[in-house]
Write a protein that binds this ligand. Structure first.
Ligand code: NAD
Length: 284
């Protein structure tokens, strides 16, 4: 089984960003700048945000974290986002989800300027994306497509199943695979007999958010299996995905591990998106 090493792909893509960032700096007297807004003190979210900042700095980009108290009002949050929208020295804005319950992600996704939408998840960005005219693409599914491309896995003509229908992963993933000429079935929590679908697929992307949901018996021989899931405590406290990766050896043709598969590529795509948005704004 080919292990689809996301760290390897990520390293290659990040290295390719360095000269682009240098060129941007030479022309604009500053590097591309990503701002990350985080509300509250959820520990896992703070770790993700710190990792994004470190990743930015490693490729030579600037990153600013706005860490806001959990009791901030929607108006205060919107005001900050409007200020960042107007700030010429900011190229990318990312609001770390989930937000505390009294705040609306819907409001955030309407307020962040599409020109600075590093995650590719504002409604305007998604509209252009689903209409086939993307500016930036949602990070996680785009990262999956980059992994497939890197390992020369051509999905054209494949039967693909995507498990999960969120706006962040499942739906854009199904759209990207369709655009790449796979024949796609989108499964979700109300799908009856999930395994009947996954077992027929040449490629399965699992983004159900359920630790170790699927294993060898759910895939056909020589399937390509992409595991988007990420769980801190699913397997004796070790980080694990939605797939029982250890069962796939000798059965799947290729699969992504967790950790070290899709995760690193999500951050790398965020860096790519920020760089692209900075370049586009500088051209105006
Ligand atoms: P979500 O909870 O918004 O969506 C989960 C989807 O899975 C839903 O559409 C639901 O219908 C479906 N689902 C749930 N249980 C199911 C089941 N038993 N059978 C079939 N479908 C089922 O989650 P999300 O934001 O799309 O994230 C999914 C997973 O991916 C989570 O584990 C999340 O942590 C992970 N994730 C990882 C990265 C990364 O960078 N690796 C990025 C984003 C999300």
């Amino acid at each position: 089984m080919l292990v689809l090493d996301g760290k390897e792909v990520s390293g290659k893509v990040r290295a390719s960003l360095v000269p682009r960032i240098e060129a941007f700096k030479a022309r604009n007297e500053r590097p591309p700048h990503l701002t990350v807004v985080i509300v509250g003190d959820d520990k896992a979210s703070h770790v993700y945000v710190r990792n994004k900042k470190i990743a930015c700095e490693k490729v030579g980009m600037t990153s600013t974290i706005h860490s806001l108290p959990a009791d901030i009002t929607q108006n205060e949050l919107n005001e900050l986002l409007e200020t960042l929208n107007q700030d010429d020295a900011v190229d990318g804005i990312l609001v770390q989800f989930p937000l505390p319950a009294h705040l609306s992600s819907h409001e955030v996704l309407k307020t962040v300027s599409p020109e600075k939408d590093a995650d590719g998840l504002t409604y305007t960005s998604l509209g252009y994306f689903f209409a086939g005219q993307p500016t930036v693409r949602p990070c996680t599914p785009e990262g999956v497509m980059t992994i497939l491309k890197h390992f020369n896995i051509n999905v054209e003509g494949m039967r693909a199943v995507v498990v999960g229908r969120s706006n962040i992963v499942g739906k854009p993933m199904a759209h990207m695979l369709t655009e790449a000429n796979a024949t796609v079935t989108l499964c979700h929590s109300k799908t009856k007999n999930l395994s009947e679908y996954t077992k027929q697929a040449d490629l399965v992307v699992v983004a159900a958010g359920k630790a170790r949901l699927l294993g060898k018996d759910d895939f056909k021989k020589d399937a390509v299996v992409i595991d988007v899931g990420m769980h801190g405590t699913g397997n004796n406290g070790k980080l694990c995905g939605d797939v029982r990766f250890e069962e796939l050896q000798g059965w799947a043709k290729a699969a992504t591990p967790v950790p070290g598969g899709v995760g690193p590529m999500t951050i790398t795509t965020l860096l790519q998106n920020t760089c692209l948005l900075a370049e586009k704004r500088a051209l105006r």
